[in-house]
Ligand binder design. Structure first.
Ligand code: BTN
Length: 287
């Protein structure tokens, strides 16, 4: 992977075209924060081969060894209401999930979990799914996390940094830190072959650009609701909503046009769960 190789593969109009590549940096989200301050344009992308202080959500560390994964952050300057910003994470999750599925086709998954609901995904396609709102999972294990950070300016959005970490060509489970060894995986471990990281970045940029533009003109995510729900790992399954106001259990029923998760409680009531405010867990295992 190199700056030239990524530029060579890009098909997007502006996402990723202003490209900063680092062999090593502390965190690509920090690089984008800095570039934003210097007036970098929307679509500016920072990619690193290795991070020395990769950050995950909830103050966690994001394991970022060199030579195998994708660590990238995208700068956006959307003219939208700050309360609509979580939809950007939802769009990125869809873009990554579809790009990953496209690039990992080729290996039959033993238990059939790769078959898409209502679609003929084919027997030999590895199916990535979305754990709303920030994670992509393959065969029940996490391959990607998204960390979206917003910078406010006078009550409006100044800029948004969308950080994406994808475990790509890690060939040994033992390389994962012990605490995530059971819940994390890489694309290579799941599909059996090496993935071209630059091509995957290009595919994510192309898909994200298309969906982001649709979102900006539509104002919500109604246009992608159906596709998203087909990929939603929790759909029609029991989830536990860790709401600080009181935890509850219900059945995940998809998302609404605002990107919120819909959870039906036993009394038949449909709750809207807002990303960023609460976390949602599957009742069985990580998803
Ligand atoms: C999570 O699941 O906790 C989110 C992980 C986000 C990791 C990415 S890697 C690129 C960018 N830079 C960071 O320091 N974090 C994000």
């Amino acid at each position: 992977m190199s700056r030239d190789e990524i530029l060579d593969r890009l098909r997007s109009e502006y996402m990723g075209r202003s490209l900063y590549y680092y062999e090593e940096t502390d965190s690509t989200n920090a690089r984008i924060r800095e570039l934003a301050g210097e007036g970098a344009p929307t679509g500016t992308l920072a990619v690193a081969d290795m991070q020395t202080a990769g950050r995950g959500r909830r103050g966690r560390e994001w394991s970022s060894p060199p030579g195998m994964n994708i660590y990238m952050s995208l700068l956006l300057r959307p003219d939208i209401d700050p309360s609509d910003a979580p939809m950007i994470t939802v769009i990125m999750a869809l873009a990554v999930c579809e790009a990953v599925t496209e690039m990992t086709g080729g290996k039959k998954v033993p238990d059939g979990t790769n078959v898409l609901r209502g679609m003929n995904a084919g027997d030999d396609m590895l199916q990535a799914r979305i754990k709303w709102p920030n994670d992509i999972v393959v065969n029940g294990r996490k391959v990607c996390g998204i960390l979206t950070e917003m910078n406010m300016d006078d009550g409006r959005i100044g800029d948004v940094t969308v950080g994406v970490g994808i475990n790509v060509n890690q060939g040994e489970r033992e390389l994962f830190p012990e605490e995530i060894r059971d819940t994390a995986t890489s694309l290579k471990l799941e599909c059996g072959h090496t993935i071209d990281r630059s091509e995957l970045i290009a595919s994510v940029m192309e898909r994200f650009e298309t969906e982001y533009e649709r979102f900006l003109s539509a104002g919500d995510l109604g246009f992608m609701k159906e596709r998203y729900e087909q990929l939603l790992v929790s759909l029609d399954r029991e989830v536990r909503v860790l709401d600080p106001q009181g935890e509850y259990t219900g059945i995940s029923r998809g998302i609404d046009a605002g990107g919120e998760l819909l959870v039906e409680t036993p009394d038949g009531e449909l709750h809207r769960v807002y990303a960023g405010e609460v976390s949602v867990r599957g009742l069985y295992g990580y998803v």
